[in-house]
Ligand binder design. Structure first.
Ligand code: TRP
Length: 326
């Protein structure tokens, strides 16, 4: 089970860090992937663009290979059971531990005029999302580790107080291949909040992709054979490894090592390989986005699957809590 907030455009970092993992999981596990529209209300109270953003996230994930026939792909707000479980879990979550959450402290700094209770209990809602399906594996990035730790705490606390209902959820990734997708400016990784021109989005058109790649930082090239690559050059090679052919990479590795590399050519090649990688995804996503009927069907089908699993869990929850009076 995992969730994706509908608060921005999907970029290459999301693709290689998250979506590709979901796609690999769908053949091996019983999967629930959710658009976290309720979570987005904690930071984006204006809901006028929500529908468009939810549809975009769905389209981009399907275009990247997520198959709504294989997984439950649904919208958080369509599953009312989540809100019920969230309420019960709120009585098991303490102010002190919630206030210590790193993401909460960040948001307090970022939006001091809107420190709402939803922000404080964000990890409680996330716990409800996960344990509603009694999920055990949660494919998430490093930034979500603390939330997962809290989900284990709340699940265990429930089990102790009311009886064993939930397994312990834990972060999941395939092997230890946590792939770094470096940003094009040579600093940090691609992310939606930082330098937009250094991040490649799945919605970027060909010209934009070329423009961004050609702007990547280089220098006049190595002067000694077999030099160590500066970070920003290493990053360009890392990006190549994600999308270029092995022989292309070999060619430029050799050119770097014997000091004949021309970074202009290297970037042109990388740009074309990025275009070849991103364009089909962007085009599929656009087609899906225009098909309102299909998107509605996807959401309905996903909600149906998620609701079935939610109902089973909530029966157990109410029974364990002795809330089943009749
Ligand atoms: N908090 C997650 C994020 O910001 C999104 C999310 C919501 C989530 N519910 C979830 C992730 C449940 C995993 C499981 O990316």
């Amino acid at each position: 089970m995992s969730g994706i907030r509908p608060t921005g455009f999907l970029h290459l970092g999301n693709y290689f860090g998250a979506v590709r993992n979901y796609v690999r999981m769908q053949d091996e596990f019983d999967c629930f992937f959710m658009v976290a529209d309720l979570h987005s209300l904690t930071t984006h109270p204006d809901t006028r663009e929500l529908k468009i953003n939810v549809q975009r996230v769905l389209a981009e994930n399907i275009a990247s290979g997520l198959d709504p026939e294989k997984v439950a792909l649904y919208c958080q707000s369509h599953i009312r059971e989540t809100s019920e479980l969230y309420l019960y879990l709120n009585m098991l979550a303490y102010q002190g531990e919630l206030e210590k959450t790193v993401t909460f402290k960040d948001k307090v700094r970022q939006q001091p005029d809107n420190v709402n209770a939803g922000l404080l209990t964000y990890p409680v809602l996330q716990t409800a999302d996960i344990i509603l399906h009694r999920a055990e594996l949660v494919p998430v990035g490093k930034d979500q580790e603390q939330h997962l730790e809290m989900a284990r705490t709340f699940a265990n606390r429930f089990n102790h107080r009311y009886g064993e209902v939930f397994p312990e959820p834990k972060a999941f990734n395939f092997g230890d291949e946590l792939i770094k997708v470096p940003s094009l400016d040579g600093a940090g990784k691609m992310s939606k909040s930082e330098n937009q021109l250094a991040t490649l989005y799945l919605s970027d058109d060909d010209e934009m992709i070329r423009k961004k790649v050609m702007k990547a930082k280089t220098d006049s090239g190595p002067s000694e054979p077999n030099s160590k690559k500066p970070d920003y050059i290493e990053n360009i090679f890392l990006l190549m490894k994600l999308v270029s052919k092995p022989e292309t990479i070999r060619h430029y590795e050799m050119a770097f090592n014997d000091c004949t590399v021309r970074y202009g050519d290297l970037k042109k090649q990388l740009a074309e390989d990025m275009v070849a990688f991103i364009t089909p995804i962007r085009q599929r996503a656009e087609t899906i986005r225009q098909d309102q009927k299909y998107l509605k069907e996807v959401m309905e089908k996903g909600a149906e699957k998620a609701r079935r699993s939610a109902k089973e869990t909530m029966d157990k929850v109410r029974e364990a809590m002795r809330l089943n009076y009749y």
